[in-house]
Design a protein around this ligand. Structure first.
Ligand code: ADP
Ligand code: MG
Length: 757
């Protein structure tokens, strides 16, 4: 029996999903699969696992599995469910890519969808689980889609074998036809249960005009007006990325200072703010904003909205918009700090540390108004209590891939109408609310109705390899809720063949039309080994080759660093004051100097940016991986911690795949020898072989735009080595690169020389 605290029980009873407990549990009893739709905040995520627990789904040895597309949600939901049930984290646990607190006694396990996919590789029947809940299915994340496809087969198989299992798909929107009306997925449509949320009316206010550039300025001004003029109630703000969130937080804290004690604000910002307020008259000065960190390192993962992509907000002043909250346009608020009406400002985004994230759930200090400035994470996965006003910039930051060339770029685009309505809905959880849309109703009318499923928007080689490893040879026949394009499937199959992960078809050369149509090359033994590594196929190939000349620990380190994003601190952010600018440029100079040092000398220079990564991790671990070392040397502490975890995980994976590999994580790793550097370059080339670029020869220089440019097989346009790259001055004839990111130009990132000049 579950013994809940009285106040918890009382709060639960107010959740709409509780009224449906019986209906839900009866549907689960009668069907293999049930779809549950209910507004965000209706209690699906926190309550349904408890219903199942109380109905005995964890009492005969089975585990209740819950998947979330985001790490933030997996962690916070497991904590919340444990608290509500009065159970320890050893019983209600979580597992994300690198960490978790699962024990032998775990009964409810909340994990990211990628974690469950890996578990299916180990045990196709998922025998540990008595029920799987796929949460946030409306987000249509790639892994969620794949899991639903797989589970549509696994659940009937389990039931046929007399090992009953249930599947519950939960969605915050009613748009579930891709699951329910897809005959390949479920031959008889699963029942859909709708939870009627107690949603209060939300009045939507459109802007008369739509700011195209300075929407963060507009956001800031709108928040100021709400705070000054409207009755109490929390404000939730939607912006597109971490940099914007911080910039608006900083401006708000300056305008409405609130500092009872330091615990409530982020230390660094508090100090910055104190200095800044001394020279409050100074106008903002921006530094040029081009930086290697403006690209991402991670090929495919969640949390893209947090990555900087050279599309940082314009902090400029001045907009002649008509504001709806009465009075005339006014851009001067931030100059006059007004401590009489404190605003309790909190940022919220995926990369934020969990302790910081947890603050949004606590009531704001007495007498202050809560203002959460968030990225898309607050749209559906987290419900913040007490929100009465929503400010929606109408945009989201997304990563776009070119289907043919694989070139990726981050773009801020308009959201869908469905997203806009989700965002507005956040204002009506506890009482009637207001949503301020910083765009006109005409612009809203042009939004697409729904966002596209992620699987149709990105390369799929990692998924194809994982499916082949599950012996799904004909990937085209897989019951995708929405299938990826056939070009994407063909590109994936071809890449995997070229990496040796799939058996080559009998003929040589590119795939014939017929072979393309079948896409049925079986996995090779090398492919099996690669599939065991939790990284994208190109990196898995490098790990599979890493045993030569004692290179394994280096290659593990390089791969770990390449797949963790933003390892270098970004000093190109616009700073507030001149003083700050000076401090930032000092830090930047130090960071440039350190990168040069890590790039090494002689032979190792040719390993280029990858040597910088190796050197940085080596130096940081040698120094004991302290926040201080990272701060002093321009490294992001959180990224370095993630690299450490990933090194551990990859080291275990390598030892598991290859019993005599005998590799361990060495914190006093010596730099690679000259012979090893050569070997590392060969290994990197084997993984990134299709990412080769050749320097444009002098005689081919028809056009000045080709100066210092490189040519790649697939692109007509020139690509470049970024000024912050270790090989920017060397300009080797042939290079391989980790990826191409388009910002002001097409820049290669993670560059390594192929041939000695
Ligand atoms: P849904 O999954 O339907 O969106 P949830 O189960 O996530 O709904 O949330 C139900 C309620 O629980 C919400 O009102 C939310 O504010 C509250 N809640 C969720 N997590 C926490 C937490 N960590 N602390 C306090 N309240 C929380
Ligand atoms: Mg939820």
């Amino acid at each position: 029996p579950v013994e809940r605290l009285p106040e918890i029980q009382e709060a639960r009873l107010r959740l709409p999903v509780l009224a449906e407990e019986q209906i839900i549990m009866e549907a689960v009893k009668d069907h293999e699969c049930v779809v549950l739709c209910g507004e965000t905040g209706s209690g699906k995520t926190t309550q349904v696992p408890q219903f199942l627990y109380e109905a005995g789904f964890a009492s005969s040895g089975g585990i209740i599995g819950v998947t979330e597309p985001r790490r933030v949600a997996a962690i916070s939901m497991s904590h919340r469910v444990a608290t509500e049930m009065n159970l320890s984290s050893g019983v209600v646990s979580y597992q994300i890519r690198y960490e978790g607190n699962v024990t032998e006694n775990t009964k409810i396990k909340v994990m990211t969808d990628g974690v469950l996919l890996k578990e299916i590789q180990r045990d196709f029947l998922l025998q540990k689980y008595s029920v799987i809940i796929i949460d946030e299915a409306h987000e249509r994340s790639v892994y969620t889609d794949i899991l639903i496809g797989l589970l549509s087969r696994i659940v009937p198989l389990r039931n046929k074998k007399g090992l009953p299992m249930k599947l519950i798909i939960m969605s915050a929107t009613l748009r579930v036809e891709d699951f329910t009306e897809n005959k390949r997925l479920f031959s008889s449509p699963p029942p859909v249960i709708k939870v009627e949320a107690r949603q209060f009316a939300v009045t939507v206010h459109f802007n008369k005009r739509t700011p195209m550039d300075d929407y963060t300025g507009e956001t800031f001004r709108k928040i100021c007006k709400i705070h000054r003029m409207l009755p109490p109630g929390g404000i939730l703000v939607f912006l597109t990325g971490q940099a914007e969130v911080h910039s608006v937080c900083r401006r708000l804290r300056k305008a409405f200072p609130y500092k009872p004690n330091r615990e409530h604000t982020d230390m660094m910002e508090t100090e910055e703010d104190l200095k800044k307020s001394k020279r409050a008259k100074k106008k903002n000065v921006s530094l040029p904003r081009i930086n290697l960190d403006n690209y991402s390192a991670l090929p495919v993962d969640e949390g893209d909205e947090d990555r900087q992509a050279g599309i940082d907000e314009d902090d400029g002043e001045g907009s002649d918009l008509e504001l709806e909250l009465g009075d005339h346009p006014d851009t001067d608020h931030e100059e006059k700090a007004d401590p009489s009406i404190p605003l309790y400002v909190l940022p919220l985004y995926s990369l934020l540390a969990p302790e910081q994230q947890a603050k949004v759930f606590r009531p704001p200090p007495a007498g202050s108004r809560l203002c959460v400035v968030a990225t898309n994470v607050a749209e559906t996965s987290l419900t913040i209590p007490g929100i009465k006003y929503v400010v929606d910039c109408g945009r989201v930051k997304k990563r776009f891939y070119d289907r043919v060339t694989g070139v990726s770029s981050f773009k801020v685009t308009w959201i869908s109408q469905a997203s806009a309505n989700q965002r507005a809905g956040r204002a009506g959880r506890t009482e009637p609310g207001h949503c301020y849309r910083l765009y006109s109703s005409a612009v809203f009318g042009d939004f697409s109705l729904f966002s596209e499923a992620e699987i149709t928007r990105r390369p799929v080689e990692d998924l194809v390899l994982q499916m082949k490893d599950l012996n799904i040879e004909k990937v085209v026949n897989f019951p995708f809720p929405t299938p990826p394009s056939s070009e994407a499937l063909i590109a994936a199959e071809e890449l995997l063949i070229s990496l040796g992960a799939l058996e080559k078809p009998a003929r040589h050369g590119r795939l014939s039309e017929m072979e393309k149509a079948r896409l049925s090359c079986p996995i090779s033994p090398l492919g099996r080994a690669m599939a065991a590594f939790p990284v994208a196929p190109r990196y898995a190939k490098m790990l599979a080759l890493g045993r030569q000349q004692g290179c394994m620990q280096y290659i593990i380190t390089i791969v770990s660093a390449m797949t963790v994003r933003e390892i270098f601190e970004d000093y190109d952010r616009p700073a507030g004051s001149e003083e700050e600018n000076v401090k930032m440029s000092g830090k930047k100079a130090r960071s440039v100097q350190m990168r040069r040092l890590w790039a090494g000398q002689g032979a190792s220079l040719l390993l280029g940016d990858l040597m910088v990564l190796l050197g940085a991790v080596g130096a940081c671990e040698f120094a004991g991986l302290t926040p201080q070392f990272c701060e002093e040397n321009g490294l992001r502490f959180k990224a370095m911690l993630e690299i450490r975890r990933l090194r551990g995980q990859l080291t275990n994976a390598v030892n598991a795949v290859c019993a005599d590999a005998d590799v361990y994580v060495d914190n006093k790793m010596a730099p690679p020898t000259e012979a090893q550097v050569l070997c590392l370059r060969q290994i990197v080339l084997a993984g990134l072989g299709d990412h080769i670029a050749r320097r444009v020869q002098a005689e081919e220089l028809l056009d000045p735009k080709w100066r210092n440019a490189y040519k790649t097989p697939l692109l007509d346009d020139p690509v470049f080595i970024h000024p912050s790259s270790a090989l920017h001055k060397t300009l080797p004839e042939f290079v391989v690169y980790q990826e191409i990111m388009e910002t002001t130009k097409m820049y290669m990132r993670g560059v390594c020389a192929v041939q000695d000049d």
